[in-house]
Design a protein around this ligand. Structure first.
Ligand code: ADP
Ligand code: MG
Length: 310
């Protein structure tokens, strides 16, 4: 039976700027097309750290230039913009790469909302600074608009945002229909647009969901066999950055948990990936996770490299 893979693309698959992204997606599409050509069903998700920061900053500047209507763009809208802009580049590059290989599959980006709990503790403790520094007046206006602002080490004020856990992918049935129709889907970009539910109304939340956690939920929902997290390192290490560094090939969920408890993985970078890998691999017997470099996706899935968690 066809194996299903959710591929979570990290920052190096997309670049930091508009021109960088145009080039990066070509490279990324080759790695993804290799897996499709090898017969895997592929669902793609991606991060948006630099892009959502850029969009938020651009909208802040826009707000300043239009003082008659000083406007703050909700972060949920910035995430939506980032999904569309990244999806546009990625789906076109992948479409072209597949056509060049004689593979006829459509590639579609789904603007994806992801429900979070309004009482997620992350909302009480937003820690992720984003966007530009503000002066006191701007900070007051931002607070009036409902944002949490912190004074950042004497350098000015900055918005901080929450990073709550993903609970439900709103458009999941659409994603499944498209995959079952043989299409390639890009979903949960930037961790998904965070929303909370108020009856039938979905309300955008001022947060950025970790794409590693959203990808883990997506992979479980589509009943994937593999979750592949493509990042800037070929393997996960213990004693990372130390002389006694040890690169890991195959580890069990129990070993991964022990390494996490021992503090081997940096919060905000490798830790969420290992947590996502552990959660996915323990969710069903047939499921395993792979963390490796973009360029190693294909050799990784055939067991030649990368860190496999099962
Ligand atoms: P992405 O954009 O793919 O999410 P991140 O920068 O968030 O990438 O996370 C990947 C980075 O995590 C690696 O480039 C590496 O510098 C760092 N890292 C932290 N701890 C470890 C570890 N134990 N093993 C490997 N890499 C680690
Ligand atoms: Mg990251």
């Amino acid at each position: 039976m066809t194996k299903r893979i959710v591929i979570a693309l990290g920052g190096n698959a997309l670049g930091n700027t508009l021109p960088e992204q145009m080039i990066a997606v070509k490279h990324t599409s080759k790695a993804i097309a290799d897996l499709i050509e090898a017969g895997y069903e592929v669902i793609i998700s991606h991060g948006n750290g630099p892009q959502v920061g850029m969009i938020d900053q651009a909208m802040t500047v826009y707000g300043k230039q239009n003082p008659s209507s000083p406007t703050f763009t909700p972060l949920s809208v910035c995430v939506a913009m980032s999904q569309a802009y990244i999806g546009y580049d990625l789906q076109n590059a992948l479409r072209e790469e597949l056509l060049d290989r004689g593979i006829k599959k459509s590639v579609t980006t789904i603007i994806t909302q992801v429900r979070v709990d309004s009482d997620d503790p992350a909302f009480k403790n937003p820690t992720k600074p984003i966007g530009q520094f503000m002066n006191e007046e701007e900070a007051k206006l931002a607070e009036k608009n409902g944002f949490k602002v912190i004074e950042d080490s004497g350098r000015g004020y900055r918005r901080v945002v929450a990073s709550p856990k993903p609970k439900e992918i709103i458009e999941i049935e659409t994603v499944k229909s498209l995959i079952n129709a043989g299409e390639v889907v890009i979903s949960c970009g930037g961790g998904g647009i965070p929303v909370t539910r108020e009856g039938n109304h979905l309300k955008g939340a001022g947060a950025v969901i970790d794409k590693d956690f959203a990808s883990c939920l997506l992979a479980q929902e589509v009943d994937a066999d593999f979750l592949i997290i493509l990042t800037a390192v070929e393997k996960v290490a213990i004693n990372f950055g130390k002389p006694e560094v040890k690169w890991l090939d195959n580890i069990t969920v129990e070993e991964a948990k022990q390494y996490m408890a021992e503090g081997h993985f940096a919060p905000g970078s490798m830790l969420p990936k290992v947590q996502a890998a552990v959660e996915f691999a323990s969710s069903a017997p047939n499921r395993s996770a792979l963390i490796t470099l973009l360029e190693k996706a294909k050799s990784g899935i055939s067991g030649e490299t990368g860190t496999h968690i099962k």
